[in-house]
Write a protein that binds this ligand. Sequence first.
Ligand code: 2PG
Ligand code: MG
Length: 427
Amino acid sequence: MTIKDVKAYELLDSRGNPTVGVRLTTENGDFWALTPSGASAGSHEALELRDTGPRYGGKGVGTAVKNVNTLIAKRILGMDETQQAELDGALLELDGTKSKDALGANAVLPVSMAAAVAAAAAQRIPLYQHLGRLYGFSNGANAVLPVPMCNVINGGKHAGQDNDIQEHMIVPVGAKSYSEAIRMVAESYHELQAELKRRFGPQGILIGDEGGFAPQIPTVQERLDLVVKAYEEAGYRDEMRLAIDSASSEFFADGTYHIGAKSYSSGELVDFYDELTKAYPIVSLEDGMAEDDWDGWTELMAKIGSRVQIVGDDLLVTNPERIEMAVAKKAVNSVLIKLNQIGSLTETLQAVRLSHKSGFSTVISHRSGETEDRFIADLAVGVRAGQVKFGAPARTDRNAKYNRLLVIEDGLGSAAKYPGAGFRDLR
Ligand code: 2PG
Ligand code: MG
């Protein structure tokens, strides 16, 4: 069990921007991992290393690729791919900075992920089972499929809009199984498509970065009315709920939140959410407040945290230190998990463990810039997160993950559990 070769490539993500893909070779064959990339990225995330200069409008990843092929390769060739903590420890030491400023998180992460893929193959077990073991479960029994939160209307940066709520998601809590949940979501998505076409013509069914529709509808209430109508038309009034990701750091400036033409103080925005979550069946609210508005988060939690899942994304950036701060400040009750925010598998698993230990639920998440990589589907099952957010049930960059979960569910047979309304429960 030895890493014999590692080679990075400059590939393209779902937005046509360069990203790093890594092929790691052991005696068992070649194993791949690709890095995703955010648009509404948090300012506390680990560094995504981009080249300067004219190539790809300054977005090339040639330096990150070179870092893998030279410095990282030199350090890890000959190491054992099944010893994830040791491998990631070596990578962190080689980088030597807090935010992976030297090598780039987009150089470190795909190597870290590809090693786990190779390690699963070395043991002849599915990736989710290996990830479950690394997390601390023995053997992946009691395998939990996640409840998907699917982004059917894309707003904000993912749809070229300023001062806008970013994600309007449907959550099939009433399904009996993951495969039934996916069917409910896909049917609702197509009802929404038909309604948008009727109302707005061809312009109404153009899509955003995460495969959801991006119609020119100004208010969040009007958008949610359409989403609710769509899943009701599909026959899922009782089974479906809503979730929002405001990505509010994107519309926070000079101490004020700006949604459309309206401005809100922190307290006014909390009141806005209080009313919105009473008027609509919203079970989860992500990044309701901006990434450094800790007092706003604490106020939001105090006001609606007992009835709504309050998810920290840009606030926490999958970083154990920031999750500790959220515990102390009672700022969230749930943590969004994105591997590339922190930049290694070992640190990501640490973040999940700390979240669960602190009583917080976790949501395993894609980025708006994605690839064909399906690792996060296995991660969600492995750590029994119970929730994922992979975008709309459309576009191959999103469905690569949803489809992987369908195959995992089939493989588990009667052992597969779908938490449904218990999606927030810790296991
Ligand atoms: C988010 C993500 C994914 P981005 O804010 O949760 O939906 O967006 O990858 O652009 O940061
Ligand atoms: Mg978010």
